[in-house]
Design a protein. Structure first.
Length: 92
């Protein structure tokens, strides 16, 4: 059974989007396929350079959270914050 795919949304500046669209068209592929290939390339490069080798653990995440928020627990649900931000953006 194949794992369910997750969606990622990117907000691009218009000139970047136009360049992406043009390069993908010149290569005869979709923008989606172009972006997936670029992401795969970067992840492979990072793995080859040891970016993730031993540097990812729960203790470092907790330390980063403490540094960013100073032990403050944020109220509310993260999903609700995202929903509100989307509604605000779409209302503009």
């Amino acid at each position: 059974m194949q794992a369910k795919k997750k969606r990622l949304t990117l907000d691009l500046d218009p000139p970047v989007q136009r360049r992406l669209k043009a390069v993908a068209a010149l290569k005869g592929i979709s923008m989606r396929r172009y972006c997936l290939a670029a992401i795969d390339r970067e992840l492979a490069r990072d793995a080859a350079n040891g970016v993730f080798a031993g540097s990812f653990n729960i203790e470092s995440l907790v330390a980063l959270q403490d540094e960013a928020f100073g032990g403050t627990v944020l109220p509310g649900d993260g999903a609700e914050f995202i929903r509100e931000a989307r509604e605000s953006r779409n209302a503009s």
